[in-house]
Design a protein around this ligand. Structure first.
Ligand code: GTG
Length: 367
C-alpha cells in the first residue's frame, strides 16, 4: 500500500513551514482548515429543527428522498449486531435507520460541536425534544473531531474494528487537499475489518461539471439551489494532474450554504484502492431511485417516508426542481479487501453508553 503523495495526482505545490505543534504545515493546509471550520460553524449554527418545522421545509420531499436512499444503503449493507462508524454523523439523522437495522454499537464523529450535541440529545431521546422517541437499542459513543484531519485510526484503534463505516453527504469536504483525502481513506481503511463495508453519498462531480459547461456563466441552479464557481475556473477546464482543491459554493434552501470540493469519482476510486478499499458500486441518485424503487420492500419504505407524497392529506410530492437537485448526488459502496477473521474480537462496546452525558462527548484535536 502506498502512503504519502503520489505523482499521478500532482505534488503539493505549497511551501511547507512549521506550525504551532512543531509539525509541517502549509498555506494550503491553513486554508483548508479554515474552510473546514467554516463548514463546521455553518452546521453548528443550524438549529435542530423540530419534526414539524422540518415538514415545512421547501425541500422536504428531497430530504425524504435522500433519507430513503440512506435507509436503502443501510438496509442493504448493515447486519444485526454490526459495529458502526458514522463519519460526519451530523445531528444523528441516521440513528433511527441504524436502529432499524438492529446494529450492536454506534460511534458517531462530527467536526461541528453543535451538531454532535444535537446528536447526543436525539440519541438520549430527551423529553424536551417532544419526540415520540423510544430509546435506541445499541450503545453509542460520540466524538467531536474532523474525520478528515484527526488521527482517528490511532484514537479508535482499540475500539475497532468496525463492520461498517458510513459517510453521508460529507466526503467531498475531504477533497480540499490530497492530505485530507488520504487521511479520510486511511482512517476508514484502518478502522474497518477485512471484508467490512464503506457506504456513502456525495455530490456527483460529473453532473456538476456537465451543468457548469452547459451554463452561460459560472453559476447555475433552480428555485431551490445554486452552484457557483470562481473566475479561476472561467475556462471550465480542470487539470487531471491537480484534482484536489477544486472549490465551488453549493447553496441549497434550508440546508447548505458552504464551500465544497469536486471529487472526480474515478480518481476517488483509484485512491481508495491504495487503501485496500474496492468499489462495489457507484450510482447517480436518479439511477439509484429507479433501480431500488422496483423492489417491493423499498417501494413500501418510500411510500411510508412520503418522499413522493403520502397520497393522503395533500397532493404534495417531490417537485421537478427537487428531482433536479437529486441528480446532483451519487451513492457509493466500497469494500475493505480481505476475508473476515472469525477469531478476531468483535468491536469493543465497553466505551459505548446507553445514555450519553455532555461530559461523555470526546474531543480530538486535529494535529
Ligand atoms: P439535512 O442534513 O438538513 O437533512 P435532514 O434529512 O432534514 O436532516 N446536503 C446535506 N449535506 C450535509 C450536504 C453537503 O454537505 N453538500 C451538499 N451539496 N448537499 C448536502 O440535509 C438536507 C439535504 O441537504 C440533504 O438531503 C442533501 O440534499 C443536502 P437529518 O438530521 O440528517 O435527518 C433527519 C432525520 O432524522 C429524519 O429521518 C427525521 O425523522 C429524524 N429525526 C429524528 N429526530 C429528529 C428531530 O428531533 N428533529 C429532526 N428534524 N429530525 C429528527
Amino acid at each position: 500500500m502506498k502512503r504519502g503523495y503520489d505523482d499521478s495526482f500532482g505534488q503539493p505545490q505549497s511551501k511547507r513551514r512549521l506550525n504551532s505543534y512543531g509539525d509541517f504545515a502549509s498555506t494550503e493546509e491553513d486554508e483548508s482548515t479554515e474552510s473546514a471550520q467554516r463548514v463546521a460553524a455553518h452546521y453548528s449554527a443550524r438549529s435542530n429543527q423540530t419534526l414539524e418545522e422540518r415538514e415545512a421545509s421547501p425541500i422536504i420531499h428531497l430530504k425524504k428522498l435522500n433519507n430513503w436512499i440512506k435507509s436503502v444503503l443501510i438496509q442493504l449493507y448493515a447486519r444485526r449486531g454490526d459495529a458502526v462508524l458514522d463519519f460526519a454523523c451530523g445531528k444523528g439523522g441516521d440513528l433511527i435507520k441504524w436502529d432499524k437495522a438492529k446494529v450492536g454499537y454506534y460511534v458517531g464523529v462530527d467536526i461541528a460541536e453543535g451538531s454532535v450535541k444535537d446528536c447526543r440529545t436525539r440519541y438520549n431521546g430527551d423529553a424536551d425534544q417532544q419526540q415520540r422517541r423510544k430509546k435506541f437499542s445499541f450503545p453509542a459513543r460520540l466524538i467531536c473531531a474532523d474525520c478528515f484531519e484527526a488521527r482517528l485510526d490511532k484514537y479508535l484503534h482499540d475500539d475497532g474494528p468496525y463492520d461498517i463505516c458510513s459517510c453521508q453527504f460529507a466526503l467531498h469536504y475531504s477533497w480540499s487537499t490530497e492530505a485530507r483525502a488520504r487521511r479520510a481513506l486511511a482512517n476508514i481503511s484502518a478502522l474497518l475489518r477485512p471484508g467490512g463495508t464503506f457506504i456513502g453519498t456525495m455530490p456527483d462531480a460529473n453532473v456538476i461539471i456537465k451543468k457548469l459547461r452547459e451554463a452561460e456563466g459560472l453559476s447555475f441552479g433552480n428555485s431551490v439551489y445554486w452552484i457557483s464557481f470562481d473566475e479561476e475556473y472561467a475556462q471550465k477546464k480542470f487539470k487531471a494532474s491537480s484534482p484536489f482543491g477544486i472549490q465551488y459554493t453549493f447553496h441549497l434552501e434550508d440546508a447548505v450554504d458552504c464551500p465544497e470540493w469536486i471529487v472526480p469519482f474515478h480518481l476517488f476510486k483509484s485512491l481508495a484502492e491504495e487503501y485496500d478499499l474496492e468499489l462495489v458500486f457507484v450510482k447517480n441518485s436518479h439511477e439509484f431511485v429507479e433501480e431500488y424503487l422496483k423492489k417491493p420492500e423499498f417501494s413500501e419504505l418510500m411510500r411510508r417516508l412520503g418522499a413522493l407524497g403520502d397520497g393522503r392529506q395533500d397532493q404534495s410530492t417531490l417537485s421537478q426542481d427537487e428531482w433536479d437537485v437529486a441528480y446532483l448526488y451519487l451513492s457509493f459502496v466500497l469494500r475493505k479487501r480481505g476475508q473476515p477473521n472469525p477469531n478476531q474480537k468483535k468491536s469493543n462496546t465497553n466505551k459505548g453508553k446507553m445514555f450519553i452525558s455532555e461530559e461523555d462527548i470526546e474531543f480530538i484535536e486535529s494535529v
